[in-house]
Design a protein around this ligand. Sequence first.
Ligand code: ZN
Length: 241
Amino acid sequence: MTGKPLVAILSGAGVSTDSGIPDYRGPNGLWRRDPEAEKLVTYEYYMGDPEIRRRSWRMRRDTAALHAEPNAAHRAVAELERRGVPVRVITQNVDGLHQRAGISARKVLELHGSARAHVCTGCGARGPMEDALARIDAGEDDPPCLECGGILKPATVMFGEHLDPVVLGEAVAVSKACQVFVAVGTSLQVEPAAGLAGVAVDHGARLVVVNAEPTPYDDLAAEVVREPIGTALPELLRGLG
Ligand SMILES: [Zn+2]
């Protein structure tokens, strides 16, 4: 391997809390604590019940995630690319804030998809979330696909859906290839994302954990940082590359 070492960043919900986005889908996230809310993002219920879909679209329209702004942690990660440091981001977040902070979209692997797009469950047609929400605002409460009439859903991986095998395969490849693996804002309790930290260590990477709470991988880490992400991550990343 030649050139600068590859830095992999695994980012979880904690990276976006400073942007006002709560932890929805983590083990202790909002959805897991509210069975009725969890149904809105569970594939079986969503596909089987038009009323669940209507509530799900209203929930999308009324949450602030689409209007959230990147914070210091997102900007620090994007800054790595600007400095010429080889970097790939593997994120459990669906908010698109890494890309909005300026990092190239091709550098970001979204394990759980994107809340900024919608997708047809019939034909796979995709479009911006704004287009679907504009139809909600215009009075369609469960808008069908304009191509095939199929059921539309957010382009996020719902509970009960598989992760995109291509995205996951790339994430594993990055974890094997990187020299530094920074797990930030993630409890490292949800597979397969958590296991990527182990893959990285097994292949010789230096693991750094930045998280307020202990994680199952802290003992494998070369460095564990408990300070707030918004200040700790920029400082940590300035020292890389
Ligand atoms: Zn379709």
